[in-house]
Design a protein around this ligand. Structure first.
Ligand code: 5RP
Length: 227
């Protein structure tokens, strides 16, 4: 990864930790940007901040707990006050592609019960139109070759994600296919058609979920709020 990109991820991640207030239930995102948020948040917790974390992946839960953040099962909370998570792409309508790290299902569930969802991104993630980043889709292993074929027939150019020569398996025991779409003209329509396919568990289009974006641009961190 480019040095500047890493520095930007760190800057937005650490800045986001300032948004957390005492007593909050906090959704903890997944990925290399969320990592910096969790690290900084842990420092604040060590300094006396009391919060409860809800993790969006096993590796985030492990990281947070190893740093002294209390993490509870998502079923133990009614709602989440604030979730901070990264994204693979974000457009000016606050629509995002997520799931590059394979955690999209849990990320979306946590986002959907969050009063506020802040996406933290470096400057490379902001796009005019979504779709250059391959859209992750999580699917059940049963019949996955048929689901893949349906996606192929729909013109979605799917590629099964692999790790060490075998299908990549998510925390939920599912597979991921990445759709090489190039550009997405109508995210809502695409979300509807993919979401209705048998075998598909969830897709990485986050529409209407993101409330704020913290972005590192021109050496500064900018906060953008959805109208
Ligand atoms: C994981 C995600 C991540 O938030 C997304 O991939 C961005 O990751 P990073 O902060 O490492 O660039 O959706 O499923």
């Amino acid at each position: 990864m480019h040095e500047q990109q890493t520095a930007e991820k760190r800057r937005v991640g650490e800045k986001a930790a300032e948004l957390v207030e005492d007593g909050m239930i906090v959704g903890l995102g997944t990925g290399s940007t969320a990592y910096w948020f969790i690290k900084k948040l842990a420092e604040r917790v060590a300094g006396g901040l009391r919060i409860t974390g809800v993790a969006t992946s096993v590796r985030t839960a492990e990281l947070a707990e190893s740093l002294g953040i209390r993490v509870v099962d998502v079923n133990e909370v009614g709602e989440v006050d604030l979730t901070v998570d990264g994204a693979d792409e974000i457009d000016d309508h606050f629509n995002a592609i997520k799931g590059g790290g394979g955690a999209l299902l849990r990320e979306k569930i946590v986002a959907s019960i969050s009063r506020r969802m802040v996406v933290i991104v470096d400057s490379t993630k902001r796009v005019e139109r979504l779709g250059r980043f391959p859209l992750p889709v999580e699917m059940v292993p049963f019949g996955y070759k048929h689901t893949l074929r349906k996606l192929e027939q729909a013109g979605c150019a799917p590629r099964l994600r692999e790790k060490d020569g075998a299908p990549f398996v998510t925390d939920g025991g599912h597979y991921i296919v990445d759709l090489h779409l190039g550009r997405i003209d109508d995210p809502e329509r695409l979300a509807g058609s993919i979401g209705n396919m048998p075998g598909v568990v969830e897709h990485g289009l986050f529409i209407g979920l993101v409330t704020d974006v913290l972005i590192a641009e021109d050496g500064e961190v900018r906060m953008m709020k959805r109208a």
